[in-house]
Design a protein. Sequence first.
Length: 299
Amino acid sequence: MIQPQSLRYFAEVARTGSLRQASEAFFVAPSAISKQISNLEKELGATLFDRSPRGAILTAAGQLLLDYVTANTRNVEKLRAAMDDLSSLRHGVVRVALVEAAVQSFIPALITEFSGAHPGIAVHLDVCGTAQIVDALVGQRAEIGMAFNVLNRDDIKLHGRSVQPLQMICGPEHRLAGKTSVSMSELADARIALPTRTFGIRYLIERAAERAKVELHVAFEANSLQAIKNIVGQSDTVSFMPPLTLVQEIDRRWLRAIPLDDPDSRSATIDVITSRGRQLSVAAQRFLELLLRRLRASG
């Protein structure tokens, strides 16, 4: 085994903070995992966890070992892909970092199609904001990114994009629900729900407010677009999202989406990107090709 079992046990305890949860994941007794970790601590001459009422907390030495295990896991995945002839597509992992808007649209169907064609390839999704997606690509924690309105960077390669203009969203009974378009100045007194600043949506909206010389009244902030939609649908708050995020809610007439009268917001995009410094595995390249076909079809 390229990655020793003891290190796999250690990494799971570090992830969950619990011997019990780690034992359930591996179907072994907690005592067996505890013994393996004790052996690691003896071998390394360092304490890896502090035990507390909150669970197993990594020490500084434990964090160093976790960094090693994480890097080694990535290297093992690369080695396995290389040893599998790079063309058989029998085994491997494709790591994708993407915005929540994509998860709620065509990504589930895309993964179903990809997995049906390549059942031995696992797809790992990391749903996060645009800034975190770019960091994941540059840090080689993901191979493919799908982000909102990515700024030009020398270390990021753009493969495709879909125009996704930001729209103001509100409940069907909101005072602005009947408008055909809305300007930022009309939202000066509105209660607004926004995603956190890791989201590209937040960056665009704050820039639009600056241009309109409007101070936004942010009544609710979250790192989940679904949470924001739920709040907007049940209150007098408004928010801003691209069409991909709202297909079901609009079809069910649970939310209204109104074009935002702002040039940058009208030209916003969802972008498919990779790191220029990383060569994609064959599996990732195949997933990327399928993703780009789906993106073109949706546009």
